[in-house]
Write a protein that binds this ligand. Structure first.
Ligand code: ZN
Ligand code: ZN
Length: 238
């Protein structure tokens, strides 16, 4: 796992309050964006997440893990999933769909993963701060929508999908920012695992406790205020 900041030069990202046209340093297409590095490099969402999503689909198709955090962490260790980035909007739902399937849930997994990749890719980076709706939470809503084959015209499942996003979002928001795609993903997955058990009786596994080993790569880590910080396990062991 690398990696923070700019994919070109490693410098920290800066966020603008207003979008402006920027040219992607990889594909050279121009997009409106709020984020670039201190030296002005901009990478579009598509270029940022392309290889990561390929890794997610390949790994989820072969693992037999029932533990979505374990699946997510195995993928977070890949060089193509960065410390922060919109690839997490696919990762969260894909890890959940895979673990649900492996835990005995009825699901056409290859089809579900393909759909997850398509929908998750449409959830832009940075919306946690700019829209007040973290993409890891949206990914939980997509997960449930795929499971229940929900559409805008669905009745009961329509409600369940929106509530699934909101439960994840409430938990994510309770810690305050700055954003951390690892903390937010772990939190979203935890809430969706509990909800899945409650709604469908399918029990996925979770690490007890969840311990993050990515904090050194995140200059904005909340440290001891993050529930997944290694510090908490050290304190418990005395
Ligand atoms: Zn740069
Ligand atoms: Zn690009």
């Amino acid at each position: 796992m690398n990696k923070q900041g700019c994919l070109i030069c490693g410098k920290p990202l800066v966020y603008l309050e207003q979008e402006k046209p920027m040219e992607c340093a990889i594909c050279h297409q121009t997009f409106l964006s709020n984020a670039c590095c201190e030296d002005g490099h901009f990478i579009c969402d598509n270029c940022h997440e392309k290889r990561g999503i390929e890794e997610i689909l390949a790994y989820c198709s072969t693992t037999d893990s029932k533990n979505p955090i374990e699946i997510a962490m195995a993928l977070m260790d890949s060089p193509w999933l960065y410390m922060h980035g919109p690839e997490h909007h696919v990762l969260v739902g894909a890890a959940l769909l895979t673990a649900y399937h492996n835990a005995g849930g009825s699901l056409d997994l290859p089809h579900a993963l393909e759909e997850m990749a398509q929908r998750g890719q449409k959830v832009p980076g940075g919306i946690c701060g700019f829209w007040g709706c973290c993409g890891a939470a949206v990914s939980c809503g997509i997960y449930l929508s795929i499971l229940t084959q929900s559409t805008p015209l669905s009745e009961e499942s329509w409600g369940l999908c929106n509530q699934t996003t909101s439960t994840a979002l409430e938990a994510i928001g309770s810690f305050g920012g700055p954003r951390c795609c690892k903390r937010d993903s772990f939190t979203a997955i935890k809430t969706a695992v509990a909800r899945t058990k409650e709604l469908f009786g399918i029990e996925m596994e979770l690490p007890q406790p969840i311990v993050c080993h990515y904090s050194a790569y995140n200059p904005q880590c909340l440290g001891k205020r993050c529930p997944y910080n290694r510090y908490h396990t050290m304190v418990k062991k005395g």
